[in-house]
Design a protein around this ligand. Structure first.
Ligand SMILES: Cc1ncc(COP(=O)(O)O)c(C=O)c1O
Length: 451
């Protein structure tokens, strides 16, 4: 336990209150302990050499709604929201109630041998919400798990090992998705000998010309005849919130059908309202054969799903036994959290709010950025409350901006192949006043950043 100040009571919609420049002494002390026990995960993780008061990593103590309190007692507004996973903010009351009720009933069932009633209810709910009768699902724990399940489904269904993925894409880092990680070659390189060799990458289109190039590259890959899956993000998330031309999904679906392979839409980041639609890809094109959901599905608890039509998922019945399972997949507490999250998103109209609020937020951001846009090479992109601000001109500008914003009490994250994009993924129920406060903090943080 820490000797630091106890967490302040939070309404979840408070403006920042930073009294100690982050990271403060308590954060630094905790980070030193962390460095002793956590694997280093890279040569220079920010937390390995904390610089008191100079920005970088802080240590969270508590959170509520869109507020986080660190171990030094500073209060922040969270525009990273668990890398976009906290659609309802931290500790949402409806999910808490569901968890309390479920925790008195059942914590673990027995996979598919003896499933819980709640797991069946969640799968029915997912089918109802995402396509109706004939939609089935495989539940899993992380986004990477859901993508692995989709890749395996495609291999079983088509009998073909090849995958076409996109440059800049991120689907998680367990071995199946890692092979298709176009974000950084350095993620794959140390493990290359253990990865699916039949994965090829094509350009992720940011505009109409890019789309034509990407489709040309895709057609050449499909002509090789070994491709069982095209795996795509309807908006490139970690790759920097790149919004493709609207036709992308339809163009991919058409080519997948013609080539006898499956189209997998990775909606782990875009889905459930994050990008302003229940399924961003589905809103702008035909349904993909398989859809992966994760991140926000559990309201902060780990749960993910791979959904598809029954005739596609029937491929699993060709295996001689149960060849894909996991001890905690569809665990009752996570299912309770997911059901409560889905109800809350729907009852509070948060998917529609995300689209509406995202638009006005981007307009306000654009006005704040305008005086500095040319000097910074700034480009603002996004849909709903999934927003990227690329600062391409000076390397390190986006990282510096996250530090300045943290010092002003705003938690943000980074994306893009060179970490050149500030990423904003607040809770879908964040108050407008907090977004206005952020716009002002951004305007105050930009001067001098291009130098
Ligand atoms: C589009 C997308 N797919 C998959 C993943 C992997 O999810 P997880 O980190 O839960 O494995 C992520 C994570 O950022 C993601 O953005």
């Amino acid at each position: 336990m820490s000797n630091g100040p106890s967490p302040v009571l939070l309404s979840g919609a408070e403006l920042p209150a930073v009294s100690v420049a982050p990271p403060g002494p308590e954060s630094v002390a905790w980070l030193r302990r962390f460095a002793g026990v956590a694997a280093p995960m890279g040569p220079r993780a920010a937390w390995q050499e904390p610089q008191p008061g100079l920005g970088g990593t802080i240590v969270y103590r508590a959170a509520q709604g869109s507020n986080v309190v660190d171990v030094d007692g500073n209060r922040y507004v969270d525009l990273a929201a668990g890398f976009g996973s906290l659609l309802l903010g931290h500790n949402p009351a409806a999910v808490q109630r569901a968890l309390v009720a479920q925790s008195a009933q059942l914590w673990q069932a027995l996979g598919d041998v003896h499933p819980s009633a709640l797991k069946i209810e969640l799968q029915e709910h997912l089918a109802f919400r995402f396509g109706g009768p004939g939609v089935q699902s495989i539940l899993a724990q992380s986004g990477a798990d859901a993508v692995s399940a989709a890749l395996k489904t495609a291999a079983l269904f088509t009998g073909k090992p090849g995958v076409v993925a996109f440059a800049g894409a991120y689907h998680g880092l367990s071995y199946g998705p890692l092979a298709a990680c176009g974000l950084r070659e350095s993620y794959r390189a140390p493990f290359a000998a253990q990865l699916n060799p039949a994965v090829r990458f094509v350009e992720y289109p940011g505009d109409g010309e890019g789309l034509q190039r990407a489709l040309g590259q895709l057609e050449r890959e499909l002509a090789r005849g070994d491709v069982g899956a095209i795996l795509y993000e309807p908006i490139l998330g970690r790759g920097g919130c790149v919004v493709p031309p609207r036709e992308l999904g339809a163009a991919l679906a058409e080519r997948a059908r013609a080539a006898g392979c499956l189209l997998i839409a990775d909606e782990i980041w875009t889905g459930l309202g994050r990008a302003g639609q229940w399924l961003y890809g589905r809103a702008h094109g035909p349904a993909a054969d398989l859809v992966c959901l994760g991140k926000g599905l559990g309201g902060g608890l780990p749960i993910s799903a791979c959904l598809g039509r029954a005739e596609v998922l029937a491929a699993w019945s060709r295996a001689e036994e149960v060849v894909h399972t996991s001890t905690f997949a569809g665990a009752p507490l996570s299912c309770a959290a997911a059901l409560a999250t889905l109800s809350e998103l729907s009852e509070q109209g948060l998917v529609e709010r995300s689209e509406r609020l995202g638009e006005s937020f981007r307009t306000a951001l654009a006005a704040a950025i305008a005086p500095h846009a040319a000097a910074l090479g700034a480009e603002l992109r996004g849909a709903g409350l999934m927003i990227g601000l690329e600062l391409g001109r000076r390397s390190g500008a986006a990282l510096e901006l996250t530090r300045r914003l943290l010092a002003r009490g705003y938690v943000t994250s980074l994306g893009g192949g060179r970490r050149e994009t500030l990423v904003l993924t607040p809770a879908l129920n964040i108050s407008e006043a907090l977004l206005e406060g952020f716009v002002q903090a951004l305007a105050d943080s930009l001067p001098g950043l291009a130098a």
